[in-house]
Design a protein around this ligand. Sequence first.
Ligand SMILES: Cc1cc2nc3c(=O)[nH]c(=O)nc-3n(C[C@H](O)[C@H](O)[C@H](O)COP(=O)(O)O)c2cc1C
Length: 325
Amino acid sequence: MDLSTTYLGMRLPHPLIVGAGPLGDDLDVVKALEDAGAAMLVLRSLYEEEITNEQMDAFFFAESQNDSFAEATSFEPEPVMSLGPDEYLEHLRLIKSAVGIPVIASLNGVTPGGWTSYARLLEEAGADGLELHIYHAASDMTMSAAEVERQAIEIVRTVKGSLHIPVAVKIAPLLTAFAHFAKQLDAAGADALVLFTRFHRVDIDVDELEVIRTLPLSDSSELPLRLRGTAALAGRINASIGITGGVHTGLDVIKATMAGAHVTQLVSALLRNGPNHLRTIRTEIEAWMQEHEWSSLGEMRGNMSFNRIPDPAAYERANFRMALR
Ligand SMILES: Cc1cc2nc3c(=O)[nH]c(=O)nc-3n(C[C@H](O)[C@H](O)[C@H](O)COP(=O)(O)O)c2cc1C
């Protein structure tokens, strides 16, 4: 049975890859994931704030040397990182030297700026690719949707222009003209689009008057949003497509593939069930394909995309009206 796929220009034996998060933090866990058959590993993100903090550190250090900015010497930027830029590079080198699967570094940021030059260092440290997680909170009333998109596209173009390794772009679902934006990222040179960012859950503690942020693990109910986004893009962009969010079972992977995904990223499923869950999912995929007489994932990829089904409106609002009847 042929589960092979191509993602970021790399031929992979199957579409199960480890998504950005804590699974890449520990070398023993990474080795266990490789043993269990992970096709690729995305490391957790290095955040723009962490990089700019370090740049601020360097700035204040330089200023304190020539004593031209005396107040600055007493200023200590708050440390906000668990893995700072230097440690990140060191960790990336360590993981790369220990495993044979492709390792993708991740940069998370919002604004165009100096932090993007960090991508070069990640490439030099041996990353096989870079996942850019471009995030925008959308609560800024002075910035239009067009400007948010323009900034993101500029980031992708700048980073892409400075690297030789492929670049994936992880995007949020909260966009007014998602498909148009995706097409522009594609034109800016993104080698893959990763759908979609999963937000922290925000709640209000009414006794303590505090905002609470949690990140509960997902389940398969989060997949349909990604299926719809993927089905809308499949066959219409050059970039390959990865799904992140709600992939837990073999059937989830089959659905993702039919929508048009080249890979599925797993985080919650592996945090909950451990690395061996990769084996379970592969077995489920193969059993399903055998039962339904498919010999390769390639032949089903995108067969349920907007481009290929007779009634793409089934994914759209018309279906909402029908569902209400
Ligand atoms: C504990 C935890 C840490 C995460 N850290 C990152 C991160 O550093 N960068 C990133 O892009 N996504 C991060 N994510 C999001 C995951 O990569 C993924 O997109 C999300 O969890 C949805 O996939 P899932 O349903 O398989 O968990 C994190 C998720 C979890 C649960």
